[in-house]
Design a protein around this ligand. Sequence first.
Ligand code: ZN
Length: 431
Amino acid sequence: MKYVHLCIITLWALLLTACSTPQIRFAPGEIPHPPPSTVEEIAAGEQVKSSFLKDIPLEEDPAYTKRVERVLRRLLAVTPSSGHWPTYVLDHDLWNAMTTTGNYIFVFRGLLDDLKKDDELAAVLAHEISHRLAKHHEKTSEEKWKSALRDLTTVAAGILVASSEHSTQRQVGEMMNTTHQVMSGLTTNPYSQTREREADLVGLFLMADAGYDPYASAKLWRDQAEKTGAVGVSSAFFSTHPPSSERSHFAFHHAELAEKRYKQAKRRGPPKLKPPRKRYEPTYKQEMLYKQAFDLHRGGQYEDALAKTKQLQRLAPRYDEATSLHAVNLAKVGKLAESEKLLKKLIMKNPHDSQARYNLACVSALRGKKEYALQHLDAAVDIDPGYGSFARDDPDFSSLENTPEFLSITKERSLPVEGERGRNTFTINNR
Ligand SMILES: [Zn+2]
């Protein structure tokens, strides 16, 4: 894998189509401040992650993950966006990193092996974060994600074959040409190239604010231009991205502006890292209220239970266990829309909350949103396979029972239930 270096490609770049004159929407130095991801965006990202991890294993050497986390934490400390940034280092030679909706970030080992300096890695990660801040892939349908993913995996596999020891440089070039054609069919270039420049521009100032040298970005792309030039393949290989040499000039031009911010950041010292969010500690009174609500619920007195959890929502809105029980109580008394809203809030707070995912699947099924129900059930089973068997006997899913998707989620992939599932996983619709 010595002589194959690709520009960074991002999934979104394959998916856009041009329809208007592309223009950079941000002024140099401007860092957009987007609203948090929606639960649908997180679900789409989660799906891409699952598909990826089926084909490419996670890197096992913790040194790689630690390095990415170290750089990422500093960048996120100056990023004006809350929420989770689930990050995965993939064990693959590809020189690449990418991002999806829901702030999922993927970094390939090949990139980390090549970029020795943290400033260079920061340039790549800041670019990826900036795609998210600029909301570059919001209206992407699930089908498009899936097909882009298939293409990317094909490219990844092709590059591995071509870069094996026995391939000649000519073969590598031919393979690259073929994949180039695949890519150009998926995108109309000027639009996505503008988005790339936007991410480069925002990223430059983000890395400067985090105390990383913005000139590292120019150097990175200059090195790429030299390397890709060396094998006689155009560095504009992925037409979704501007050529490396052009990116280098672009970065160099704006690095002069960013340098001021970099120097300020250096004087301030390393950015204050955001402390990890602490689990909410309920007071004794709140805990007692929760217990009462729980017993009332188990006894089938849903209206009374609801009154208690409503009180808890007012007293302690960050008490997630109580919120979860409140959502189920709401569903029990038929307030499905309100319940759905609350469950979405829980998932946005913690995308790996399998119990909220499962309950949202139930509520969606009861509201007749079958596709949505399957999507969330799929995610819940992905996180905790025990939910598959649990769903099989859950009357909430009676409308889905005989669909092939439901059968595949609940039969093929689930493990036997061990012990009790989460305490607040209830069957909403008691037949
Ligand atoms: Zn990009």
